[in-house]
Design a protein around this ligand. Structure first.
Ligand SMILES: [Zn+2]
Length: 205
């Protein structure tokens, strides 16, 4: 979960908030990104994505990759997995060596289990400092934030508000922050349809 405004800006070129920073697109594309999994909602999210023929990015807490969670399907669907740390601490409150340990553990676990190289990192709570960026970069990780926070975590009672949060601010290359939550699953088909109606395709970094 993160605390933030709906729109996130950064002038720091080391932080990715828009997909176009990393690659040019020939057609209008946006990125759906889901934090905090793999959760028990993941199969439902993957079903919706498959039905809509959409790819997404999943930033996982590596401690959650136990066999009972059906995370394998995410790899088959062509989705991209990134690190959301091992235990989801606030990196700003950690010593440098602790930040390094969180990230190395997370990448090691994710790579060992998924057999895929991990290239992207999203800081828990969207919180980071210079040390975080340096450690991530030393480990070959690109730090990925977002330009639109759906605020899904705060909208259990008002899920349709997440759709308007996104649709009000969507632009070419937008990276949309979502979570593996029940209310998110509920409105995901609507959200995807509305995004498609605006002429956007879905991509990953
Ligand atoms: Zn999180």
């Amino acid at each position: 979960m993160a605390t933030a405004e709906v729109v996130y800006n950064s002038n720091d070129h080391r932080i990715i908030t828009n997909a176009y920073q990393l690659k040019p697109f020939t057609r209008r594309s946006v990125v759906l990104s889901f934090d905090d999994g793999p959760s028990k909602r993941l199969p439902q999210i993957l079903d919706v994505l498959a039905k809509e023929n959409a790819v997404a990015m999943f930033f996982w807490q590596s401690r959650l990759l136990h066999p009972q969670r059906e995370w394998q399907q995410a790899l088959k669907g062509g989705h991209v997995i990134g690190s959301h740390s091992h235990k989801h601490p606030n990196f700003v409150s950690l010593e440098p060596w602790q930040q390094e340990k969180e990230l190395t553990t997370s990448v090691r676990v994710l790579e060992t289990i998924t057999k895929q190289p991990i290239r992207y990192f999203r800081p828990p709570f969207g919180q980071f400092n210079e040390t975080t960026l340096n450690v991530a970069s030393r480990l070959g990780l690109v730090t990925v934030m977002w330009d639109i926070a759906s605020f899904d975590w705060a909208l259990k009672q008002k899920p349709e508000q997440m759709v308007s949060n996104v649709m009000t601010h969507i632009q070419d290359g937008s990276i949309i922050l979502l979570h593996e939550l029940e209310q998110t699953v509920q409105v995901l088909p609507t959200l995807i349809r509305r995004i498609k109606e605006q002429g956007y395709h879905f991509t990953t970094l």
